[in-house]
Design a protein around this ligand. Sequence first.
Ligand code: AMP
Length: 281
Amino acid sequence: MRIIEHIEEMRSWSETERRAGRRIVLVPTMGSLHGGHLSLVRDGKRRGDRLVVSLFVNPTQFGPQEDYASYPRDFERDRGLLEREGTDVMFSPSAGEMYPAGHQSYVEVGKLGEQLCGVFRPGHFRGVATVVAKLFNIAQPHAAIFGEKDYQQLQVIRRMARDLNLGVEVVGHPTVRAPDGLALSSRNSYLSDAERQAALSLCRALNKAEALALAGEKESGRILDAARAEIEKEPLARIQYAKLCHPETLEDVEKIESEAVLALAVFVGKTRLIDNTVLKA
Ligand code: AMP
């Protein structure tokens, strides 16, 4: 596995591979890899001839009060994991390489970035879209894989790729969960044992909503009440939002028409967790 830290080297590697007719797949991550990331990586291996995994904790997507400085980082462990998966390139630029002094251009996302997490994390999706656009320009992939765990992020990136004609196929990958149902996340490492137990209330809420939808319930109000009630049973959990929204526009829906996304953001102790599921009418 080649480790690349500099933009010019990454770009010239990709240009050579493209000229040789090889299909490049990119999996962008912030490192601190877990089974969810590795599932994306394996999917990436299958979908192309060359696999690039980027490891970059992107400062522009963190708010001033958020966990940029304390975000878990373990370069050596990540390197070993990616090597074992047969990754061709691990691209791990520094923050200074990606945002040199004077950097001031950003991708502006529209309404999609202002809903759900965007309400509570202003500027977050602008930072995400900007770094992903930069990674696409640098690594020049034919396809890039993103997890459905970050449902809004996936929609923002799909929209950006279409709106800006980036020429990259954006592929969604199903959420990977621990055996007890908790969605894998780098931030799960912040949880104490008691908090981890309380965090299971998110997937219990999703399961409850799925069961209601399967039984024919279509009313948002009733589905959301049931989902909230599951989480409110946990004294360590505090709901930031629970929304039922249109799968593409992310606007609130009153009723499930054909499909709707139940999206949750919940604080468990000081750790903010998100999860979602697509409900079918
Ligand atoms: P992150 O390092 O948290 O920025 O995540 C990098 C990529 O992995 C994003 O596309 C995430 O949506 C995806 N991802 C993170 N956790 C999971 C999970 N549990 N299942 C599937 N994809 C995930």
